[in-house]
Structure formats: structure tokens, C-alpha cells
Design a binder for this molecule. Structure first.
Ligand code: SF4
Length: 416
């Protein structure tokens, strides 16, 4: 059993979030400890309240490497939100996110953990329920063979779970949770191995006449068509949040990554989404410092993400995976920490603009938990809301709110 340590700096919010992450990792079979102890994997939940807190947060990396020079390190929190490049100190730092959606670290860790993948090969449909949001895994495997990724070798080819079984799970889960996230290793391929090219549309249809809202986890551009979007636009309970995997905004790099689209095709799909869902949250993953990524490629990528205008981005410094095609490429990428910093600054500006553009608009939310006197919830387009209420709100409660002003990584909202 792999050991994971979570090191938490700063406020009570960080502590509560670290406990949530620990609980989920334990449920997934990891041996989790809190604090700086001998482990295989470390999560550093950072703080930026003062310069000293930021310095301490960065110093934890050195301390971890003294205990285990082969540690895999994941960083989240206010200090990495502030400047991710300061944490990109070498190949042992496997993932860096900011303050939003810290639970996504779990997905990063599990996707990067060969033992976990081998032992959890998702032979059947899987469901995970937290207090308000259920995740339903409907598909396993991937046929894409992106050159940086080991998943197709570890999880094998695409396998979709039967729609009848998914229906049963949705019927049960929707009695417990008011939001269901439909997930898969390559979710956009759902149904193809069963001879069905409209698999995700058929899953959406299972939500007809249900109060429970639904969200797709991560999608590839090929799934975005008029037919798909038109169908989704007919459901009031669809969450207009598209996590559309980009990985690079440079055509050269995309080719080397074996991603089967150009940036202009990607942009066409984004424009199509905005035609049906003008206020959609469009988020993505991007890899910085892919071995063939020159400075020009990086600048092209940076210009492109600005053109798309994402509402939020997960930024990953490239991490070599032996056994992949990319591991054999000559590495010409330089200044990777600076690139991460520049991309993070751009991502933060775009995210602030998106939140700003939603101020004074009304949204449906599902209450998740309470932190520091606020009730926390996400809008359908995935803005984190901080809600003040004199009367207690319960997890899973559905409410309508108006966004009042930007706050930390989201917005203060009032109940209407
Ligand atoms: S990164 Fe590429 S190969 Fe890896 S799981 Fe995603 S689509 Fe498949």
C-alpha cells in the first residue's frame, strides 16, 4: 500500500480541505498520514498569508526531499495559486494547482500512480459519492496514445459500461446527490466500443425529468458537435461547464503529442460551445515544457490560450514517463519555471475576468460544505460561491444565488 503524507500550512480552510483529501485517498486504498513523515507521495497544501508563510511553504519541498529523495510531490493552495513557478523545482514535483478544486489532486495522483492503476482497473462501473457531488465512472481505457501518457499501456483499450447499468446507478445516485459528474478515462469515447457514436447523448437522456444536475468531467474536442450541444442545451439540469482537454496551443507541439486536432479546430469547437452556451465555463489542462516545446511554441501556446479565454486552467509542468514515446524525444524545452509562471499569471487574469463577467448574474448552486462562516457551492458554469446565510444551509441543498463581488478564488454570493 502506497504511503501519502499531507503537509498543511496556514488556515483552518486548508486543514479542512486536507482532511477531505485524506479521507478520499484512504477510501481509495492509500495509507495516509498528516505531517512530514516518510512516504512515497507528498501533498503540500500551501499558504500565502505572509512572505514568511510563502517561504515556509516552498521550504517544505527541500524537507521532503531530505526524507525521501525519490518522493513524488503535489502542491496546492494559496502560495502556488500566487506563483506556481516557485514550486516547479524539478521533476519530482508532479503536479501544481492553486486553490480551486483541490480534490482534483487526487485524480492527478491516481492517474500518475502505476500501481494504483494496475490494481484498480475499473472492470465495472464505479461510483464515488461525497457530501453533495457523486462521480460516476462509465468508461475505462484509452486508445489515443498521446506520446506523453502511459494510461493506454496501463489501463488498456477503451471499454464502455452498459447503458442499462449506468441508468440504474443514476437512478440510485440521484436520490442521494443533487449533482452527478459523469467520468471516464477517455469519456468522449463512451459507447464507441459498443457500436454507439452517441453514447454521451444517451447518458444525458437518462437525466431527463430528473432534478439532479449533471456535469461531464473531461472531454476531447471530437465530441463537440452541433448535435451534441443542441441536445445538451435542451436540459435545464445540464451544467454548462466544458473541461476541454487542450494540452498545448502550439500546432507543432500538438502534433508531437499525437493529439488529433489543430489549434484552429479546437477554437472552432470552443466557438460552437459558446454559440449554444454563451456563459459556459470552459476549462482545460495544459502541459508546459513538453520536450520539443521551443520558446516560439510556448509563445504560440500562450497567445492561443488568451484567444480561447479559458475560465480556469490546470497547469502541469511536463513530467517524463519512461516507456512513452515522448521519453525518447530530445529535450529542447528551456525556462520551464518561467513559462509556468507566465501561463499561471495569464490563467489567473482570465479566471478573474470570467468571475467579473458573472457578477450580478443569478445562478443555481448546490450547497457543498461550510468554511470560515461561508457556505460553499459551485454554479453550473463552475464558479465557486461563498454564501452568507443567517439560517444554516444543508449540504446538497439547491438554491438560487446572485454573485455580488469577486472573492479569493470565486465570488461572494447572496441567496435570492
Ligand atoms: S492523455 Fe491521451 S492517451 Fe492519455 S488518457 Fe488522455 S487521451 Fe488517453
Amino acid at each position: 500500500m502506497k504511503k501519502i503524507s499531507i503537509i498543511t500550512l496556514g488556515c483552518k480552510v486548508n486543514q479542512v480541505e486536507s482532511e477531505d483529501i485524506a479521507e478520499k485517498l484512504e477510501a481509495d486504498g492509500y495509507d495516509v498520514s498528516m505531517g512530514l513523515v516518510q512516504s512515497d507521495i507528498y501533498i503540500i497544501n500551501t499558504c500565502a498569508v505572509t512572505n514568511e508563510a510563502e517561504r515556509k511553504s516552498r521550504g517544505i519541498i527541500t524537507k521532503v526531499l531530505k526524507i525521501n529523495p525519490n518522493a513524488k510531490i503535489y502542491v496546492c493552495g494559496c502560495s502556488s495559486e500566487n506563483d506556481a513557478s516557485k514550486f516547479n523545482k524539478g521533476e519530482f514535483v508532479k503536479g501544481i494547482i492553486g486553490t480551486q478544486n483541490k480534490m482534483s489532486l487526487i485524480e492527478m495522483i491516481e492517474n500518475d500512480d502505476e500501481d494504483f492503476i494496475k490494481n484498480n482497473s475499473l472492470k465495472t462501473i464505479a461510483r464515488v459519492t461525497d457530501r453533495t457531488r457523486a462521480t460516476l465512472w462509465v468508461q475505462n481505457g484509452c486508445n489515443n496514445f498521446c506520446t506523453y501518457c502511459l494510461i493506454p499501456y496501463l489501463r488498456g483499450r477503451e471499454v464502455s459500461f452498459p447503458l442499462s447499468e449506468i441508468k440504474k446507478q443514476i437512478d440510485t445516485l440521484s436520490l442521494q446527490a443533487n449533482e452527478i459528474v459523469i467520468a471516464g478515462i477517455n469519456l468522449s469515447a463512451y459507447g464507441k466500443d459498443l457500436g454507439n457514436n452517441d453514447g454521451l447523448i444517451e447518458i444525458a437522456r437518462l437525466f431527463k425529468n430528473k432534478k439532479t444536475r449533471f456535469r461531464f468531467s473531461s472531454l476531447e474536442v471530437n465530441i463537440i458537435t452541433n448535435k451534441f450541444l443542441k441536445e445538451l442545451s435542451e436540459y435545464n439540469n445540464f451544467c454548462e461547464h466544458f473541461h476541454l482537454s487542450l494540452q498545448s496551443g502550439s500546432d507543432n507541439t500538438l502534433k508531437k503529442m499525437n493529439r488529433h486536432y489543430t489549434k484552429s479546430e479546437y477554437l472552432d469547437k470552443v466557438n460552437l460551445i459558446r454559440k449554444y452556451f454563451p456563459n459556459a465555463g470552459i476549462t482545460t489542462d495544459i502541459i508546459i515544457g513538453f520536450p520539443t516545446e521551443t520558446n516560439d511554441d510556448f509563445n504560440e501556446s500562450l497567445d492561443f490560450v488568451k484567444q480561447v479565454n479559458f475560465s480556469s486552467m490546470h497547469i502541469f509542468p511536463y513530467s517524463i514517463r519512461s516507456g512513452t514515446v515522448a521519453a525518447t524525444f530530445k529535450n529542447v524545452a528551456t525556462n520551464v519555471p518561467e513559462r509556468v509562471k507566465t501561463m499561471t499569471e495569464t490563467a489567473n487574469i482570465m479566471k478573474s475576468n470570467f468571475i467579473e463577467n458573472n457578477i450580478n448574474t443569478t445562478h443555481e448552486v448546490v450547497i457543498e460544505n461550510e468554511k470560515d462562516g461561508y457556505f460553499m457551492a459551485h454554479t453550473k458554469n463552475f464558479i465557486l460561491c461563498y454564501i452568507k446565510s443567517d439560517t444554516p444551509l444543508k449540504p446538497n441543498q439547491i438554491l438560487n444565488v446572485r454573485l455580488l463581488k469577486p472573492y479569493i478564488d470565486g465570488a461572494i454570493a447572496e441567496i435570492i
